[in-house]
Ligand binder design. Sequence first.
Ligand SMILES: [Zn+2]
Length: 323
Amino acid sequence: MRGAVAIAVTLFFYISVAAAATDIPEPKIQPGYVPEEARDELGIWMELEDYERAIQRSALLIDDPYINAYVRDVTCRVAREYCADLRIYVIRNPYFNASMTANGIVQVWTGLLVRVSSEDELAAVLGHELAHYTQLHTLERLRKAKRDMTTGSVFDMGLLLLTGVSVPVGQMTALASLMSFSREHESEADLLGARFMADAGYDPNAAAEVWEKIVAEEARAVAKRKEPGLFSQTHPSSSDRIVDLDNFVNANYPDSQRDPLGQGRHVAMLNEYYMMLMEDQLDTNRFGRTEVMLERHRKIGVSEELVHFSMEKCIGNATKTVI
Ligand SMILES: [Zn+2]
C-alpha cells in the first residue's frame, strides 16, 4: 500500500485519454525536474523526504546487493536519463506493487518480483510507474489525498502503508482507494510505459501480458471472496485497457522481439533468492494464488527443488489453517 501512496501525479491534460490507441504520448517533465513555483508541490516533496527516511530505516528494506543491482539495472534501463532522479528501494511485502513518488522514490515489492516471469515483464511495470511519474500523476494523487483526508498527514499515511502486511486489510483497502489512479491516468501510463519499454529495447508486448496475469489473479481472488490485492485497488483495470495496449503496441512497435536472455536473468535472480522472496507469500496462506505462482515458476525454469519445497510448505500451511 505504501507504494500506492507514493504514486501520484499530475496535471489535468489527459492527453493520452483522448489519444487514439495509435498516438505516442510524450513525457511532461524533463530529467532533473524539480518543482518551481507551486508551493503545495514543494510541501509535498518535503513530506515525501520524511517518508523516504522512514523507508531507509525500515526493517522491510532489502539491502542485498544482487537484488538491488538487478532492480536498479532494469529500472535505469527503462528510465534512461530520468535514472539520476530516482532512488530505488526493494521492500519485503508479498503484494504485487511498485510505485514512483513525485520526488523520485521508487519502491518495488518482493510480491512483484515473484509474479513477473521475465525482465521484460518487470520493465513493463516499471515503465508504467515511470509514466505516472513523468506525467505528474502521483503528485495529483497526493494533492487529492490531502484534500480528501480529514485526519492525518500524507506522511502518516506513508508510514502506515510502509508497515505493509501489518496493516489491517480493511484499512489497506481504504488507503488504497484513496490513492487509486483515474482511468485516464492509467490509460496514459499504459501507453507511455509501453513507449519507455520499447525505447529501452524491451518488448512492449510484455505489458499486456503482465496486466492479464494480475487481472486473472484478482478474478480468482474475487471469485473466492478474498480481498483484492493492493495493486488492483490503486490501478483500476479492465479488459479494455489491455485491448487498447495491444492495439497501441501493434500499431507502433509491430516488430518488437523478446530477448530470451531477459527471462534467464530473472529466473537466475529467483533461483538465488527464492526462499527469501517467497517466504512472505507462503505466510499469506493464500493457497490458490500461491499454487498458481509456483506452477508458473516451474514453467519458467525455477529450480524444481525450490518449487517443490515451497509447494510442500504451502500445502502444510493450508492444512494447518483448516485445522
Ligand atoms: Zn498505474
